[in-house]
Structure formats: structure tokens, C-alpha cells
Design a protein. Sequence first.
Lengths: 423, 126
Amino acid sequence: MLRNKTKSEISWKEKSSMNTEKIRKEFPILRRKINGRRLVYLDNTATTQKPASVIEAITEYYEHHNANVHRGIYTLSQEASEKYEEAHEETARFIGAQNGEEIVFTRNATESLNLLAFTLGKELKKGDHVLVTLLEHHSNLVPWQQLKEKGIHLDIARVTPEGLLNERDFEEKLSLKPKLVSFTAASNALGTRLPQKKMIKAARDSGATTIVDGAQAVPHEPVNVQKLGMDFMAFSGHKMLGPTGIGVLYGKKERLESLPPFLTGGDMIDTVTEEKSTWNALPWKFEAGTPNVAGGIGLAAAIKYLNGVGMEAVAEHEQKLLQYATNQLQEIPGIRRYGPSPEHKLGIISFNVNGIHAHDVASVLDQNGVQVRSGNHCAQPLLNALGIKASVRASFYLYNDRPDVDALVDGIRSAQKLFKVTP
Amino acid sequence: MNELYSELVLDLYRNPPNRGKLQPHNVRASGGNPSCGDAVTFTLWMENGIVKDIKFENEGCAISTAMQALLTEHVKGKPVAEIQRITEQNALEWLGGSITPTRQKCATFALKILQKELRAVEQRNK
Ligand SMILES: Cc1ncc(COP(=O)(O)O)c(C=O)c1O
């Protein structure tokens, strides 16, 4: 009796609290076949698939409410404006911001980070330091590199051989008193989570403005900006079930208010004379020109979907899948995995198969319907530091299941067979 | 048979002919495909506008390695003018199989690097 009970308890624990089967049915693309096989989409770090509710929200907007926002007093414009504004509020609630004034819609995380580098960069002076980490995506490195022309020093905190942040090095570089500290909450190349809360606190205590690249965190785990306390955060709608072309810049209200504008023109102004202009209220001051209204509405629908599942459940599901995949991959001889152990990671596995180039592994996987990324993952300095030219990357989301992992494993084995590298 | 990976490609990847550095050499052509990190260096011995000998060193996938090996085989003993006439399409045909669009760059970037360097050599000798 006792044994039985224990066993069923274990199997209950192993079962995800999420209904993956039901979720999969809500993503139309998952019905299609790739090379005659079931589509196994494992490139969620790059972008994610869209549930029917998101696709419908966008269609519904274009079929019933389309008009320019903030410009007309007629019914359609009012409806479009209300929906677009509500999308800001929905996003604010999702990340625990005070309200929609703190949410600027951009094109993507890259644009949000460029906006910050441009506007915050104006306040920097020759000799000032900016601190990032080696775990950054190029989009949180290259914009800061551009400030070097102004005589700004860019410091890069190192990683440990396992691909964790070298926290001692980060602290040492903080003692150079950087004006800005910008870092990713999680590495898109290895999956490594950074100790966000600790880093934000240390950076703020040393007097720096703090920026978090949340492109990989916000889609995959609960995030509360007021609890974390960063000044700014960037992320992309398309990586969290939303459409492409919509991104977010979160900023504390007082910080956004004191920043100069980025793009200028229509919509972002208050009054314009022939000589000069004054700026519109937040967040519109940073949304010049006709915005991506449909994109904002699509993002709000994506957030509603994620809230329906629950971000705790999403994170737990991905962690379980990561554990399962890690164990399955361990069974295959001739695999080199990169990055830390699962408990320090998001649902990302970065690896190589001995004797087969990453692109060839990805091509054979594709022949099996399995979609993975291969290459340097927009993180060349990180891969260089770890001595890797390219790797294969499989990344999970809420609609992935164990059969997806099994297809990945089978695909790797068939690549080994084809290339005759089976030991 | 695998559509992308013909026996020829797999054989050339495992045992590529002409791999290494030619010593001595009087022409060196080097470059890469930055989108994927593949890189190649050709070392050649040229005499009177003819490629007398050629070797390659590389870092790359099966498709790019197989193509670079085939390229060295094809150009050895040929005059530059003939090498300049090789098109991407010709090169893809050597490989057999069907190279999917996303992988065509893997196959063709080395040809461009070699042709570009040979053009530069010609310019210098003018
Ligand atoms: C950590 C991280 N930051 C930034 C980005 C850039 O996102 P986007 O291309 O949507 O601007 C990515 C995309 O892969 C990412 O993973």
C-alpha cells in the first residue's frame, strides 16, 4: 500500500500542472507537417508561435475597428485608441508596472535598447563607464559600443567556464562606478539565468541606472518590475506569443519623464511652433508617428492568453521539460552540452554532436520535422569566450511536450547514423 | 538516399582531399560566411595564370567542406579565366542532391572568395 501511494505521488508530481494537449490545439500552426512529419517547433528563443486568440484579435481589429489613433473624434478612431491604450495597461499589469504611462511600445527589444542607448547616452560624458555582461545578445552590446565614439568606457563582466555570470567580476567592475548597468535577465544562447535582483540592488547601491534586457525572461517566468526595482526593461512581443513588430520599453515614470525624446514628429508632441516643440505626455512622448496599433492589440491578446495559463505554470512546465530533455540527451553518446545545469537555466539546451557540424545537425533535424537554431545565436563574444564557433540550440515553450523532446533525440540519433559517427 | 546529404557530400566531409596548407604558396584567399561562422583559407601556387596546386583549410559544415574540396579538385591545373567562368549553379550541380535554399550559401561562399582573390591577383599583375 505504502509503496503504491509513493509511486502515484511521484507520477502526480511529474505530471505538469498544465494541460499541454489542450494548449497545443489552440495553436493552428502546430497542425501542419514539415517534410511529412509532425511539426516540432523548438526555436522559441528566436520567436514563438501564435495562439488562435492572438490571430483573431488582430483580424477582429482590422475587420471592425481600424482607424488611426489619438487623432479623430469619430467612433472608429475612439475605439482604436481605447484598445491601443488598454494594451498598454494590460502590459503594465502583466509586469507589475504602475500603469500604462510606464509602457512604451516600440518595434522590438532591440529598438527599446537603442532608444535607451540614444537618450541615456546623451547624458553621458567622456570617461563615464557603462557595464554589461558577456551573456548579452548583440542587441544589448552593440548599441552601447556605439557610445565609445563619445569616449565612454564599456566594461563587460565575464562568465565562468560553465557559462554562469562571474559575480565577483561583476562586483569588481561595479567598483568602477558605471553610470549605466545593462544586463540580460537570461542568456538566449545558453539559457543561463542571471541573479537579477541581487545585480539590480548592487548596481543601484553604487549609483547606476539599471536596465534589464527581459526579452527571454518576460515570456517564460513571472516578472514584477516594482519588486525587482530596475529603472528600465526591454522585451519583444513576438517572443511571448504576440505578433512581430511590437516591443516594449518599461521605464519608471520619473525616469521616462526626465529622458529626452528619441524619434520626433507626429503624435509625440504637445504644441509645435515654427521654432520649437513641447512633448506629449507619457508614454506617447516616445511613440512618434502612427504606431503599430494591431501589434499592440495582438500583444494584449497574447498576455491574456499567458495569464490564462499562468506564468508560474509556464515556468514550471518548461523546467520539467528541460530536466527531461537534459536526461534524454545524456543518454546519447558524443554530445557536448554548454551552459550550466537546468536549475540555473531557462528552457534552453545548447549543444554539439561530436563529428557533425551544428548546421548539419539542424538540417537533419529539419528533415525530421524538428525546427532548431544553429549558429552563434547573436552572441558571438560569448561563444568565442567559451571556445565554440557554433552550437545547436533547442528551446521550449508552453506548447512543447515530451514527444517533442523524443523527436529531437531521435533526430540526433539519425544524424549520427547518417554521418556514421555512432561510437 | 538522403536528399541533402548525398554519399558524395558525406564522403568528402569525412575524407576531404587537398585539405591543409600548401607550402610554399604564392596566393592566399581567405574569408567566411559571417552569418554562420564558417571560414575557409585557400593556399595556391600560381604560374603564368594557371593554378598549379591548391589546398584549403576550413571550419564549417559538411556542405561547405564538401564544396571546398570539390572546388580545389576542379580548379587545379586550370587557367584563371576558366575558373572565373564557374557559376554558383555549376558548383551546386557538382554536389548532386538538392541543396535547400537556406544551405546554398554554405555551398557557394567559398567560390566567391576564391574568384575575388584571383581577380585581385590579376589586377596586381596588370
Ligand atoms: C536576450 C535577448 N535580447 C534581445 C533580443 C532581441 O530581440 P528582437 O530581435 O526581438 O529585438 C533577443 C532575441 O533573440 C534576445 O534573446
